[in-house]
Design a protein around this ligand. Sequence first.
Ligand code: MG
Length: 168
Amino acid sequence: MILERFFPDIYVKSVYELPIEKLKAMGIKGLVFDIDNTVAPFDIAEPDDDLMELFLYLKKQGFRICILSNNNRKRVQLFNKNLKTLAVHKAGKPGVRKLKLALKKLKLSPKHTAIIGDQIFTDMWCGHKAGLICILTAPICDRDQLVTKVKRGLEKQVLKVYFKREGK
Ligand SMILES: [Mg+2]
């Protein structure tokens, strides 16, 4: 079914609910994070303390982390100033070219890596295409860039099918 290419392997309400033990058991060693509305609102320039702590914790748990954003260099560099993690800007998701660059930076194969994002048409689509485990989060807030806003209606329809199937 074509819709399954947009469905996540795992759904969480937020990045603070990542099933860490399950991911370890699945052999996941790297996490590729979208920024906007996944780990921060799109119009907030820097990560908050909770996110700083989460990334530190995940690294302590042995995960390698890369942020992968369709946003521009300035946005990604400023956001990463204190996080100091691997980062790729202008990712061009749903294209997979920059996602593969992220894997190269992580020095991990797709099957040992999960992508975490809030959008099915970009984050989930390219994750599946490249062979990663795909984790969808609910968007952090309902403020979106215009281009994203346009997609949310259709996204809702697709997710309705997913949640119905999952019994959620
Ligand atoms: Mg996003």
